[in-house]
Design a protein around this ligand. Structure first.
Ligand code: APR
Ligand code: PHB
Length: 389
């Protein structure tokens, strides 16, 4: 089979790229390792930059988001067990955020792919990229027990951190930047009404976060040691720890309930440069990972795909400037989000080797954020997302 673009990975990056290429009439196929159901079973983040909201609306994927999503007007950070600073991003930078789960976006993307009749090879194995440094790359894989080969003009590596694309680039070409954090996030979903606003907490006991998926589905997190396992965390222990990390008057607003999902995720910052090699272009988690603190993972996948789809469409119109500048342009935004996520993670979490001085310095910075319009503007413009290039 020959096509113009072979997309590796049917997660948010791969399927948004597919949708944008469909709208531009660029032929492509998608090759995915697991089943559609497995992809949809993953619990992921739920806060969209306004640029992501506008992108989804512009490409016809905004209706359900606008019906079921929840617009966040403020970011709230509790600290010292009694203070709560509120940042009104609309007032600071004229932009808001949207609470809408990645799983919902994934469903919307698959429904759009069904409508477009997109070819997605689910449950593919032995995926290999060939001749990526030439103008005639190809992908081989096995699907339904049949060996397949796709000859194409471009390969889009949207296969996440553990995918095959990034590692298909010669090690001599790639520079990796990595930082691992000495703690994880224990997250639960509960079918209970959420707090009205996003609430982060810096507490001497560790980080906590109160978020949501919809008006009857709440998402809560507490920082925990990487050595912990979910079995050690009963619902009662989770709720008690969450409450201990929040101001009392905030904790009393929370309606508890049984967890319907509970998991521990490690935190990591990672960037691989460059994000392209020959006819292979990386997008999303295939090229970079951020700690979830700044809710940037999904939003970076969207910005990468905006740039890459524009570059590919321009190529078939005879213009390669955006293809040539893709990696540098994407990395400018990636590093902005990676640095912001590292800064917010460092500000809000308790590190194992942290001293009383460190805790006091964190609280001082939060106090400064509480009183400085300039500091709140800087936080807001990075949190809601800087303009696309
Ligand atoms: N061949 C084909 N598909 C693969 C391979 C492979 N060798 N390896 C991985 N995949 C698939 C995975 O099964 C997954 O469905 O690629 C997809 C990558 O999706 P994500 O990991 O979700 O990455 P991305 O699409 O970039 O979206 C980033 O998703 O994981 C969250 O926190 C992350 O919010 C961020 C967003
Ligand atoms: C979430 O809703 O899962 C969420 C919200 C904000 C974050 C991270 C995760 O910073």
């Amino acid at each position: 089979m020959h096509t113009q673009v072979a997309i590796i990975g049917a997660g948010p990056a791969g399927m948004l790229l597919s949708h944008l290429l469909n709208r531009a009439g660029v032929e492509h196929v998608v090759i995915e390792r697991v089943s559609r159901e497995y992809v949809l079973s993953r619990i992921r983040a739920g806060v969209l930059e306004w640029g992501t909201v506008e992108t989804l609306r512009e490409c016809g994927l905004g209706d359900r988001m606008d019906r079921e999503g929840h617009v966040h007007e403020t970011i709230n950070i509790a600290w010292r067990g009694e203070e709560v600073l509120t940042v009104d991003t609309g007032e600071m930078v004229g932009k808001l955020m949207m609470g809408y789960g990645q799983t919902n976006i994934q469903e919307d993307l698959y429904n759009a792919a069904d409508t477009a009749g997109t070819t997605i090879f689910f449950e593919s194995s032995d995926v290999e990229l060939h001749d990526i440094a030439t103008e005639s790359p190809s992908v081989t894989f096995i699907c339904n027990g049949v060996g397949e080969r796709i000859d194409c003009d471009f390969i889009a590596g949207c296969d996440g951190f553990h995918g095959v694309s990034r590692v298909s680039i010669p090690a001599s070409v790639t520079t990796e930047y990595e930082k691992e954090y000495p703690f994880g996030w224990l997250g639960i979903l509960s079918e209970t009404p959420p707090l009205p606003h996003l609430l982060y907490a810096n507490s001497s006991r560790g980080f906590a976060l109160c978020s949501m998926r919809n008006q009857m589905l709440s998402r809560y997190y507490v920082q925990c040691p990487l050595t912990d396992s979910v079995d050690e965390w009963s619902d009662d222990r989770f709720w008690a720890e969450l409450f201990d990390r929040l101001p009392h008057d905030m904790a009393t607003q929370i309606q508890t309930g049984p967890s319907i999902e509970k998991s521990i995720a490690p935190l990591r910052s990672y960037v691989a440069e460059p994000m392209s090699y020959g006819r292979l272009y990386l997008a999303g988690d295939a090229a970079h990972i951020v700690p979830p603190t700044g809710a940037k993972g999904l939003n970076l996948a969207v910005s990468d795909v905006r740039y890459l789809s524009r570059a590919i469409v321009d190529h078939y119109a005879g213009e390669d400037d955006y293809l040539e500048s893709y990696s540098a342009m994407a990395l400018r935004r990636v590093w902005g989000a990676v640095r912001f996520s590292w800064w917010l993670t460092s500000l809000l979490h308790r590190f194992p080797d942290q001293t009383a001085f460190d805790q006091r310095a964190q609280e001082q910075e939060l106090g400064y954020l509480s009183t400085s319009r300039a500091a709140q503007t800087a936080l807001s413009e990075q949190y809601v997302g800087l303009p696309y290039e």
